[in-house]
Ligand binder design. Sequence first.
Ligand code: SF4
Length: 483
Amino acid sequence: MMDLLIPDKTHDESRQGEALMLKAEAAKNNGRKLYIESYGCAMNFSDSEIVASILAERGFETTPDYSVADVIFINTCSIRENAEQRVRNRLKEFTVAKVKNPGLVVGVLGCMAERLKSKFLEEEKLVDVVVGPDAYRDLPNLIDRVDDGQKAVNVLLSREETYADISPVRLNSNGINAFVSIMRGCDNMCSFCVVPFTRGRERSRDPKSIVAECQDLFDKGYREVTLLGQNVDSYKWKSKAEGSESDAISSVSEAETNFANLLEMVALISPDLRVRFSTSHPKDITDEVLYAINKYDNICNYIHLPVQSGNSRILDLMNRTYDREWYINRIDAIRRIIPDCAISTDVITGFCSETDEEHKDTVSMMDYVKYDFAYMFKYSERPGTLAAKRYADDIPEEVKQKRLTEIVAKQQEYSFYRMQARIGRVERVLIEGFSKKSDKDYCGRSDQNAMVIFPVGEGYKPGEYVNVLIERSTTATLIGRVV
Ligand code: SF4
């Protein structure tokens, strides 16, 4: 009996000790103000909410105004061109704020941390603290070190960290849509991408903690969650499931949760909770995922499936691990299994050695799929990537621009085509708030992720669903009235 009691007591004591320590830290930081500015993808914005939560437990309050902050963080992204210069300029503005408040702590978080730590911290002395995406739990210690007059760095990547137990503080939230991170890192090695180097190896988060977070959001009034990962289709969680005690040979079996299972688990929370996800990878998206989307009305009929190029040789150089035929096969599967599914994509023009003929394959892919929406970029080399090491960035700028202009015009055509096809239909819309242009109109998204505008009226408000008859459209917006 005693043996059983001792561990419990020790566990209780250590939890009590932890709680006391947290209380003491919270008292020490009481009321210190934290300002976080986020750049880049949804994953970065979601990480900022984790950072806010870790520091809220230690007594920090978030503020939208950096001029009153005691701690300023920039959560960086290294995807876009000139990102480094933009962050540098912003940090210089914060340095001015330091004159007024010498105790101000300025730090850089996220994807650029590893690459810029020596530049920003030691050479240019623009920041006090540099923290990589897997080291946010260490932030309270690092801030303490800065308070003691030292500089602080932690850019270690982890194979386990998923922040599963942290309940994010929702920043800039409308109380209706929220991002929920389901995994971190990426095991793909697309040759143009820095993510595998900045965010480390792929790891999935315990599905129980994901479902609990989504349930909690729903209970608080949220009506849409977007499950986030660099490659959600490779989500995988293995848990040990206890077997019956009489089964002496295998009392423990492994239960595996894949992305299709996870989608179903989240969808079952409530039919009134919409489920979206981002981003899919063409090599990993399975028919099982598509059937799960089709089975549940609350899993939205919308898939972002980055193609990057329509040409198999370029896809091979990009190390995308699929070819044109495979991608088309996945598009056909989506059209077959979810007939009313919107599809968007990412495209890069002018990748290393791309010929005019190969570019035409991208254009013809756009003709084939008729995407609802596309993010389109000219290729630009990122330091440290495989492409930067292996291939010459040899397409002249004006050729890249010409190709980009061509596909942007093509996409405008297809976005308009897709929008026009919705005219006369009734869309179920989750109201998000007033439209940007007028407080006489509400805006919200359709199941297919199209923005819908309609007049404000009695009997419905943000956070509720309405049926809207679509009467007209622009390239980017559907316009109608509630029926
Ligand atoms: S799938 Fe490719 S593009 Fe996406 S994060 Fe991973 S390496 Fe980067």
